[in-house]
Design a protein around this ligand. Structure first.
Ligand code: CMC
Length: 434
């Protein structure tokens, strides 16, 4: 962190003493005002619910310029990573800061692809769930439960433990997500095959059965790999901040990542792709394309409480760069599967067309986000709607781990402990109320 030439001065209209606050510069992006000593100097806290203006940490992993619609992992534009690298290269980059050379690439791919199996006991643990349990409920449990199976990698303060836990989680998440799916549909679990690619292996564990050989379709394999790359990290969003906050207590890495899975489940975050598909299915059930206009009126009516799912973003006030790449993949997958005329996909295109022209969305800079298209692609591949967020969790695991490990290695790291503006009752006695 570099100290800027200027400083901030905070003064109060009641004539209290003003305070000078240091300003720091990042490599790109807004400077920050350091308020760490504010309470000691003034007896006041800052107030910023929703963290609209608060940087909770320094980080060198991911940079987003929301106005430009730019996303960089370790400095590399997402467009280059999505077209020139695969997901495991991206994982290596996020974890280590640099893209792997040929030897490192081979070693890393082998390391991840040879740790895909989970402890056999895991399937008995899974049996405790109802068959109709939401996969995210199952995943929250399974990821947390990894700490009960892998005792040798639970010390978050031990760099070697962190490294082993990282590989374990990246390698095993596809297996767990596929197990959650197979359990729900009552089919046998498919053990991973290490000779397949990360995405190919996931497709086989999802859609293969022991009754016949499964041939991986390269177009779907590439599409899935791209979904993974685009969801790998997104700086300090709700689930990543949850992982950091949870991990800041010194809890084990599996527990911290399970907290991220739980947070991701919400419809305003990772649950948006599921909510988006449910929304499209609702419109379809009400009459399809002819009802889009009516639905849009509801979305624009503030009293209806209805939002256009898959649109809008806290950070992007321009086209989400991931959405553009996902849109490309979406067209490729629909063409490969001959689904261009599927009514739901036509409906999605109509929603997109109207929203991109409507002044309500244009004036608020509400563009389709990555989840609008990733839901459509996943549905086309055959992934059930309630598993979409699980796939997102699988892909985001590496980002959560990279951010968690960065925090633990930061000498300035402290347990996270926000403060509050208390607005409840002042001290009172029970006797007086009786
Ligand atoms: N539909 C209708 N109106 C919207 C929407 C939407 N999807 N998103 C924002 N608005 C309106 C909002 O009501 C507000 O209007 P006004 O200024 O008249 O009060 C204005 O646009 C600004 O929105 P905001 O509420 O200040 O935006 P936010 O930063 O608090 O919320 C968001 C961001 C993602 C929670 C929100 O856009 C949303 O709920 N979108 C739908 C859910 C969704 O697709 N989420 C996935 C996000 S991308 C995946 C990820 O990175 O996790």
């Amino acid at each position: 962190m570099k100290l800027a030439d200027n400083k901030a001065t905070l003064s109060f209209s009641n004539g209290g003493p003003s305070v000078d606050l240091p300003v720091y510069q990042g490599t790109v992006g807004p400077d920050v005002v350091d308020i760490r000593k504010l309470y000691a100097q003034t007896g006041m806290f800052t107030y910023d619910p929703g963290f609209l203006s608060t940087a909770a940490c320094q980080s060198a992993i991911t940079y987003i310029d929301g106005d430009k619609g730019e996303l960089l992992y370790r400095g590399y534009p997402i467009e280059q990573l999505a077209t020139q690298c695969d997901y495991l290269d991206t994982c290596y980059l996020l974890l280590n800061g640099e893209l792997p050379d040929a030897a490192q690439r081979g070693d890393f791919h082998k390391l991840v692809l040879h740790h895909t199996m989970v402890a056999e006991q895991m399937q008995f643990f899974l049996r405790g769930f109802r068959r109709d349990a939401h996969p995210m409920a199952i995943l929250t449990g399974l990821v947390g439960a990894l700490s009960a199976f892998y005792h040798d990698s639970t010390d978050i303060n031990n760099p070697r433990h962190r490294e082993i836990a990282a590989i374990r989680m990246i390698a095993k998440l596809p297996t767990l997500v596929a197990m959650a799916y197979k359990y729900g549909v009552g089919q046998p679990y498919m053990y991973p095959r290490n000779e397949l690619s990360y995405a190919g292996n996931f497709l086989r564990m999802m859609f293969g059965t022991p009754c016949e050989d499964y041939v991986v379709n390269p177009v779907l394999e590439r599409a899935l790999d791209r979904i993974f790359i685009l969801h790998a990290d997104h700086e300090q969003n709700a689930s990543t901040s949850t992982v950091r906050l949870c991990g800041s207590s010194g809890t084990n890495p599996f527990a911290a990542i399970a907290a991220g899975v739980a947070c991701l489940w919400g419809p305003a975050h990772g649950g948006a792709n599921e909510a988006c598909l449910n929304m499209l299915e609702d419109i379809q059930a009400q009459g399809g394309i002819s009802k889009v206009g009516e639905y849009m009126e509801k979305v624009k009516d503030k009293n209806s409480g209805v939002k256009l799912m898959g649109f809008g973003h806290r950070v992007y006030k321009n086209y989400d760069p991931r959405a553009k790449l996902m849109q490309e993949t979406c067209n490729e997958v629909l063409a490969e599967l001959g689904l261009e005329n599927d009514p739901l996909f036509k409906l999605a295109k109509e929603v997109e067309r109207i929203a991109l022209e409507d002044d309500y969305f244009v004036s608020r800079k509400l563009y389709p986000n990555v989840d609008f298209y990733s839901g459509i692609v996943q549905r086309a591949i055959g992934i059930p709607v309630n598993l979409f967020t699980g796939v997102f969790a699988l892909a985001r695991t590496v980002g959560w781990i990279a951010q968690l490990n960065e925090m633990i290695s930061d000498p300035e790291y402290k347990i996270g402990r926000p403060r509050q503006l208390y607005t409840g009752s002042v001290r009172r006695d029970i006797g007086a109320a009786k």
